[in-house]
Write a protein that binds this ligand. Structure first.
Ligand code: HEM
Length: 406
């Protein structure tokens, strides 16, 4: 039987690629979890078979399973051909990063990078983030777009600071990153990506000669038992920080504020008691987190999950958003509760790829949302809920614009 003619796919009642779920994918995932918790669909472009996991325990098991990995090149050639995996070499130089590697390469890189990405380095950023947030809030006017005025500039400026991009270059840097991740056409994004690559290359040469106290210098000069990052690993790491640490944090601030404004009673409580910020941010991550699905995993062997046989070479998508709303794990998951406890969500993933930037993301969100509520406790949406335009696709979840009344 070929992939396309599998009966469960042909007769499937679910289409994860259907854009009509985008404004609220939860009912869709709920239905899937209840009737087909390990569900196969055929990708419309790649024609590959994708398995969607929507139960909390299956998602955690998948993220911890070494037979589900990130390196499709490890699959036997005939399986790769059958599944239409093709070499993509344009960005080969920046692809050797943590999220694309399994052990032992992942273990080696993660250990090295952890020496540079320390909690001290993150904690030292706090006054800078407060300062930046205050300046951005000085500039926020009634009717403004909260994404443009706050959620977007905070994370990118923080990454620029972390990497040691000089103040004079930061506007240029932000513009390149923005165009490479949010450009209006593929060509624009590709061109901006190449510009950025050239900039980072130059910055690496500069910091090699003149080390500073920044993360880039630390990454360049890392050494453990004679081991260091090579040039491609360095470039890939910077690229990953930009991709993994930018849009995600924008959307934590954006989606988090949307949920608060949708629940004015909880917003009032939080504005009156900033001690609740820690648990409130965990609930924002659980309830409507920025990463709906992580990077896809490839089945290196045929495996069994929830009574289904997942053949070698198939793609597995553990749906974080569905896991975070599974009633087997969370009491009344459909309730947004800023005091929820316990709250063992998987918004930052699980297993070996657990988000390296989680402490930084939490810090940025705490400062941005805490300071915003401090100044504007009654902030509300300046558009109707159904006017919000959610991103397309099921990877990153967020809105492009969020006009607010203050
Ligand atoms: C709210 C914001 C964020 C969310 C929701 C988030 C979520 C995630 C998730 C779900 C993963 C695992 C992906 C997978 O298993 O395929 C991940 C990995 C990662 N994240 Fe984050 N992230 C956030 C912010 C950041 C920030 C600010 C940084 C750094 C500046 C960062 C750096 C990374 C890195 C380096 C990895 C790869 C770790 C590895 O493969 O070992 N993230 N993140």
């Amino acid at each position: 039987m070929t992939i396309e003619t599998l009966p469960e796919v042909v007769n499937s009642p679910f289409d994860p690629w259907d854009e009509s779920h985008r404004s609220d994918p939860k009912p869709f995932y709920k239905a899937m979890r209840e009737s087909a918790p390990v569900y196969a669909g055929i990708g419309p472009v790649t024609r590959r078979r994708f398995w969607f996991l929507t139960r909390y325990h299956d998602v955690v098991d998948a993220l911890r399973n070494p037979e589900l990995g990130r390196e499709w090149k490890k699959l036997p050639e005939e399986v790769r051909e059958q599944h239409h995996f093709e070499e993509q070499d344009e960005f080969e130089l920046v692809n050797r990063h943590l999220l694309n590697l399994d052990p032992p390469d992942h273990t080696r890189l993660r250990r090295l990078v952890s020496h540079a990405f320390t909690s001290r380095r993150i904690a030292e950023l706090e006054p800078r983030i407060r300062d930046l947030t205050d300046r951005l809030l000085d500039d926020l006017a009634d009717g403004d777009d909260l994404i443009e005025k706050l959620a977007l500039p905070v994370p990118i400026t923080v990454i620029a600071e972390l990497l040691g991009v000089p103040i004079d270059d930061q506007a240029l840097f932000r513009d390149m990153v923005d165009r490479s991740l949010r450009g209006s056409t593929d060509e624009e994004m590709m061109a901006a990506g190449l510009e950025l690559l050239a900039y980072v290359n130059e910055a690496i040469e500069y910091r090699r000669a003149k080390p500073g106290d920044d993360l880039l210098s630390a990454l360049i000069h890392l050494e453990e038992d004679g081991d260091t990052l090579d040039h491609s690993e360095l470039l890939s790491m910077v690229q990953l920080l930009l991709i993994a640490g930018h849009e995600t944090t924008v959307n934590l601030i954006g989606n988090g504020m949307i949920e608060l404004m949708r629940h004015p009673g909880q917003q009032r409580q939080l504005a009156g008691d900033p001690e609740l910020l820690g648990s409130a941010i965990e609930e924002m991550l659980r309830f409507n987190g920025p990463v709906e699905t992580p990077f896809p995993r490839f089945a290196y062997e045929t495996i069994e999950m929830g009574g289904e046989r997942i053949p070698q070479g198939d793609v597995v998508i553990p749906v974080l958003m569905a896991a975070n709303n599974d009633p087997e794990q969370f009491d009344q998951p459909e309730r947004f509760d800023i005091r929820r406890e316990p709250n063992r969500h998987v918004a930052f993933g699980n297993g070996i790829h657990y988000c390296l930037g989680a402490p930084l993301a939490r810090l940025e969100a705490r400062i941005a949302i805490g300071s915003l509520l401090d100044r504007h406790p009654e902030i509300s949406m300046a558009v109707n809920d159904d006017e919000l335009r959610w991103n397309s696709g099921f990877f990153l979840r967020g809105v492009r614009q969020l006009p607010v009344s203050i």
